[in-house]
Design a protein around this ligand. Structure first.
Ligand code: NAD
Length: 489
């Protein structure tokens, strides 16, 4: 794991193709790898947002006037730039977020795949046309919604912005991005590469900031649609405020993903999958396994899981968590579970990484005999921690899973096809895995959970995002006066 010795220039807002200095107050950006200050980010005010929205509005007529095929040409170029700059982009994610370089490289690869999907949009979007009456045709066509704003979290500084940027822009919208103030640097490189790819000034803008700028986005009269990715607490605030102001909104929230492990599961495959799911990106993934329901006699699988977890070494194949506050919160959950009678099988508290003594590390942690009413069983911990609950049969396990207020992901581990089908049918989650611990749907399939893990009707990526980022027009046409219209003449 490299040190975070590089310092970056103060982050600037990106408006109308220019990085702009302004008088906004700033806050420091820390590298979680060693706690060092690596930059600063402006906490912008509503006036800066007004400037960004004005730039987007100004760019909108020409950009939306291009054909879809013309717009995606920019994303072929952008995709190549992501590929060419992959190492540098990965290092930046590693430094500002604290995940391992391998995980950061995987994040950039996923960004490339998202871009490829946008490049394929002309192959996917087909207007429909039908002769609905003699000589009368009805046709549907997709149109951009206008100015869209996207608000993103800290855990995927590169990928989550790219969940929306390529699709939203290729579909003809102009955008204001509000990245997480904890990881503003990757978004800046994305802006530079979009410019290098030839995206016209004003089509894409960045306004940095915190709560204040998010509220200004929800209230801005010229923003038509808002996408949000972050915690459920804030997703609810954003969804309520944006829709109250009559905007389209999709707001993805937090998660508590349950893995149901049946005693017949393949031991090694299950143990390595569960260990990777709970600890990948230091458990700071909305798709991470954070609860495991072991059905029946499953101790042999739990033993193997502990062996796998002990192979995970903080600072080597496990990155840091985002902040000192996050480390304290995660360790508090573990303390409370222990005090309530749960058994800590693998303990990641008080982890120190030599050479990174000020880094924010928590080791992999496995807690057994958790009861479903404990906080660690119900709340999102967002660290490399898994809470194991016991169930006598699959219905008891499903009851525990169904009781969660979240519903992002769920998974079942078994070699029995009918049991797997039963669980996938009855799990209350938007993304379900069979023998897969992180069941992220890949393009062209769309990403989105259920329950309090998502507010709004569409998904944020894939084909479903086309509905979110476009309006559909229905045009009815007749040319020949001889044709007798036989309805609604
Ligand atoms: P967060 O909710 O704290 O912040 C997300 C964004 O909201 C940031 O840009 C932040 O500046 C802004 N924000 C924070 N507090 C706000 C407030 N009170 N009012 C208005 N805006 C506010 O989330 P985070 O800590 O950056 O990210 C982690 C969370 O994101 C986890 O809960 C994780 O599960 C979730 N997440 C969900 C998905 C998904 O697809 N469902 C994907 C990634 C992350």
């Amino acid at each position: 794991m490299s040190s975070a010795d590089t310092k970056y220039p103060k982050a600037q807002n990106y408006i109308n193709g220019q990085f702009t200095s302004n008088d906004n107050p700033t806050m420091d950006v820390f590298s979680p790898l060693d706690g060092s200050t690596i930059g600063a980010v402006p906490l912008s005010k509503g006036k800066t947002l007004d400037e960004a929205v004005a730039a987007a509005k100004n760019a909108f007529p020409a950009w939306s006037g291009l054909t879809l095929k013309e717009r995606v040409q920019f994303f072929f170029k952008f995709r190549t730039l992501l590929e060419v700059n992959k190492d540098e982009l990965s290092l930046l994610v590693h430094r500002e977020n604290g995940k391992t370089t391998g995980e950061a490289a995987a994040e950039v690869s996923k960004g490339i795949e998202l871009c490829e999907f946008a490049c394929s949009l002309p192959q996917i979007i087909h207007d429909e046309i039908q002769e609905v009456s003699r000589g009368v045709e009805c046709r549907t066509s997709h149109h951009p919604v206008g100015i869209v704003a996207c608000i993103t979290p800290f855990n995927f500084p590169h990928m989550v912005p790219l969940w929306t940027i390529p699709n939203a822009l290729a579909l003809g919208n102009c955008m204001v991005l509000k990245p997480s103030e904890m990881v503003p640097l990757s978004a800046i490189r994305i802006a530079e590469l979009l410019k290098e790819a030839g995206i016209p000034d004003g089509v894409f803008n960045i306004v940095h900031g915190d709560k204040e700028i998010v509220e200004a986005i929800c209230d801005h009269p010229d923003i038509e649609a808002v996408s949000f990715v972050g915690s459920t607490r804030v997703a609810k605030i954003v969804y309520q405020r944006a829709t109250h102001n009559l905007k389209r909104c999709i707001a993805l929230g937090g998660a508590k993903n349950h893995l149901i492990v049946l005693p017949d599961a393949h031991v090694q495959m299950t143990a390595s999958n569960v260990a990777a799911s709970m600890s990948g990106c230091a458990g700071q993934r909305c798709m991470a396994a954070s609860a495991m329901v072991a059905v029946g006699k499953s101790d042999h699988i739990i033993d193997e899981l502990c062996k796998e977890a002990r192979k995970i070494v903080p600072g080597k194949n496990l990155g840091s968590v985002i902040s000192l506050e996050a480390k304290a919160r995660i360790e508090r959950y573990i303390d409370e579970a222990e005090a309530a009678g749960a058994k800590i099988l693998v303990d990641g508290r008080n982890t120190n990484v030599a050479g990174h003594e000020n880094g924010y590390y928590v080791g992999p942690t496995i807690i057994d005999h958790v009861s479903p009413d404990m906080a660690i069983a119900q709340e999102e911990v967002f660290g490399p921690v898994i809470a194991i609950m016991r169930a006598n049969n699959v219905d008891e396990a499903l009851k525990i899973e169904n009781n969660s207020k979240y519903g992002n992901a769920a998974a079942v581990f078994t070699q029995n096809g009918s049991m797997a089908k039963y669980v996938t049918q009855h799990a209350s989650a938007g993304m379900v895995g069979v023998n897969i611990g992180v069941p992220v749907p890949r393009e062209p399939f769309s990403f989105g959970g259920w329950n309090e893990s998502k507010f709004g009707v569409n998904d944020i990526t894939g084909k479903s995002s086309v509905e979110f980022f476009t309006k559909v027009k229905k045009t009815t046409t007749k040319w020949n006066p001889e044709d007798k219209t036989n309805w609604m003449s």
